[in-house]
Design a protein around this ligand. Structure first.
Ligand SMILES: C[S@@+](CC[C@H](N)C(=O)[O-])C[C@H]1O[C@@H](n2cnc3c(N)ncnc32)[C@H](O)[C@@H]1O
Length: 236
């Protein structure tokens, strides 16, 4: 299988991928978060998310408009397709925020995966402080596997907390993850294995995978972020 970035709807494209062909699912889907009410949730991403520390406006992205019930159903649908294309024992890592953490652990299990833990991404003190309140400085990686995980997998010990700030020069998407964070996370895949990211955004997972010698397949819906990812990969 060659490394490729597909453009389109993950729900339509995942069924075209061969069964049992990936060694890890590492992805950062739309959170459909950012508010207590349905009206809040339906706002465009730039109105919902603080664009921390970059002083820039990023183009909008897809998939943020669902309410809680339809988001759980949608997550379960695409995760079910991912289950089909993963090999037995493959790790699964799903980014989420504090609001959607319970929904994400439910979706992982509804799709038939074993939920094994939650890794913390500590964004450091660079995020916006809130007077009289805890700083909202963490996001989470819900992780698990397709069935049981062999104890002798060719993968290193990973930290349970990854402390990595958002750096302006490295952020190419409104909710883009630091490349240094993804370089650590992709190591959950067995050495030389193939990683799937069906919500590639600006391609950070794919860049980290490529740099560390993994195979990869990415999917992204928007023209803009597909272009950004292609340019990043070309520049490696
Ligand atoms: C949270 S962002 C990923 C950001 C990425 N981790 C990065 O560092 O740039 C999720 C991405 O999924 C894309 N997306 C949303 N719904 C999609 C769908 N049904 N199929 C494929 N991509 C989708 C969005 O356009 C968005 O770019």
């Amino acid at each position: 299988m060659k490394n490729e970035l597909l453009q389109g709807d993950a729900l339509k494209l995942l069924p075209t991928l061969p069964a049992a062909s990936f060694d890890a699912l590492i992805t950062d889907p739309p959170y459909a978060s950012g508010g207590l009410s349905t009206t809040d949730r339906k706002k465009i991403p730039s109105a919902k998310y603080v664009q921390s520390g970059t002083g820039r406006q990023f183009p909008e992205f897809a998939g943020e408009e669902r309410d809680q019930r339809s988001h759980l159903r949608w997550m379960t649908m695409w995760l079910g397709e991912c289950n089909r294309v993963l090999k037995e024992g493959a790790p699964v890592c799903l980014f989420t925020d504090w609001r959607q953490l319970p929904l994400t652990t439910d979706a992982m299990q509804c799709a038939g995966f074993v939920w094994r833990g939650v890794l913390v991404w500590d964004k450091t003190e660079g995020v916006r402080p809130q007077l009289g309140r805890p700083r909202n400085q963490a996001e989470y990686v819900v992780w698990g596997s397709k069935g049981s995980m062999r104890g002798d997998r060719r993968a290193p010990i990973l930290p349970g907390v990854i402390r990595e700030p958002i750096r302006k020069a490295d952020k190419l998407h409104m909710t883009g993850k630091p490349t240094a964070l993804m370089r650590q996370l992709v190591r959950i895949c067995e050495a030389g294995g193939r990683i799937l990211d069906p919500f590639a955004g600006s391609g950070t997972t794919l860049v980290a995978a490529q740099e560390q010698g993994y195979g990869w397949t990415g999917i992204e819906m928007t023209d803009h972020y597909t272009r950004v990812t292609r340019e990043r990969l070309r520049a490696l």
